[in-house]
Design a protein around this ligand. Structure first.
Ligand code: PGA
Length: 255
C-alpha cells in the first residue's frame, strides 16, 4: 500500500498584510473552512505580523509559517531573525530558499542548507523551495538545476529529518506570472525531485516527504495539480491574499 501523504496548502503572503489584517484574514478563513481534515493549511505572513497571525490561528485548522529565517541563534547580525524567535512568535513552519530570496537577496544553496538545518534544530518544519529559471528550462537544464538545489539544500539533513519536511517545486517562470506549469510538467518535476530524495535518502523517505507545487496556483487549476501522484499540496502567492480565492483553492484540493 502506498503511503497517504497529508496535503499542505500554504499561503505565502510575501510583503503583504499587517498584523491586524493577517489576524482578520485567518479568522475569516477559518470560519469559511470549518473543520479541515487530511490537509494542513498554512499561512506565511511577514515577520512583524507573525505573532498576531499565530494567535489568531489558535483553535483553528490554520498554522503559521515564517517566510525566511537566519541560521544563527543570536549574535551581531543586524536585521536578521532566528528560528527560535519565529517559533516563539508562534510559527510552526519556515519557508526557506524561496526564489525571490535567491534572486533579490543573494540566497544560495549553501545558505538554504544552513537555514533548513537551523529550522529543524529549532523544532520547526522547513518548506525548502527549489525551481528552475525560464532560460534554464529552455536550455534543458531543469533536472540539473533541481538536482543541485535539492542535493545541496538538503545536505545537512538526516534521512529522518528529510521525511518530515516539505519541498516546494516552484518554477520561477510560473511565479506571479499567471503562467502555471501544466499538471504534467509540474508532476514530472515533482516526480524527479522525489527520485532525487530516494537516491540520496532511500525510498521510504521519498515516499514520506511532501512535495508541493507553487507558481500561479488558483482555484480553477488547483484540483488538477493536486491530484497528480507526486504533488502533495501547493505554495500559493497572489491567490492566498484574498480569503475567497485561498479558500477556493483549499476546497478544490481537499482529499
Ligand atoms: P504565485 O506565487 O502563486 O503568486 O505565483 C507563488 C510563490 O511565490 O510561492
Amino acid at each position: 500500500m502506498p503511503i497517504q501523504r497529508k496535503l499542505i496548502m500554504a499561503g505565502n503572503w510575501k510583503l503583504f498584510k499587517t498584523g491586524p489584517e493577517g489576524a482578520a484574514f485567518v479568522k475569516e478563513l477559518a470560519a469559511c473552512l470549518g473543520a479541515v481534515e487530511g490537509l494542513d493549511v498554512v499561512v506565511a505572513p511577514p515577520f512583524t505580523s507573525l505573532h498576531q497571525v499565530a494567535e489568531a490561528c489558535k483553535g483553528t485548522a490554520v498554522t503559521a509559517a515564517a517566510q525566511d529565517v537566519f541560521w544563527e541563534e543570536k549574535g551581531a547580525f543586524t536585521g536578521e531573525v532566528a528560528p527560535h524567535m519565529v517559533r516563539d512568535a508562534g510559527a510552526a513552519w519556515a519557508i526557506i530558499g524561496h526564489s525571490e530570496r535567491r534572486q533579490y537577496f543573494g540566497e544560495t544553496d549553501e545558505s538554504v542548507a544552513k537555514k533548513a538545518r537551523a529550522v529543524v534544530d529549532a523544532g520547526l518544519a522547513p518548506i525548502v523551495c527549489v525551481g528552475e529559471l525560464e532560460n534554464e528550462r529552455e536550455s534543458g537544464l531543469t533536472e540539473q538545476v533541481l538536482k543541485r538545489q535539492v542535493t545541496e539544500g538538503l545536505s545537512r539533513m538526516s534521512a529522518e529529518e528529510v521525511a518530515a519536511l516539505a519541498i516546494a517545486y516552484e518554477p520561477v517562470w510560473a511565479i506571479g506570472t499567471g503562467r502555471t506549469a501544466t499538471p504534467q510538467v509540474a508532476q514530472e518535476a515533482c516526480a524527479y525531485i522525489r527520485g532525487l530524495v530516494a537516491e540520496r535518502f532511500g525510498s521510504q523517505v521519498a515516499e514520506r516527504v511532501r512535495i508541493l507545487y507553487g507558481g500561479s496556483v488558483k482555484a480553477d487549476n488547483a484540483s488538477e495539480l493536486m491530484s497528480q501522484a507526486d504533488i502533495d499540496g501547493g505554495l500559493v502567492g497572489g491567490a492566498s491574499l484574498e480569503v475567497e480565492s485561498f479558500a477556493g483553492i483549499i476546497e478544490h484540493s481537499r482529499p
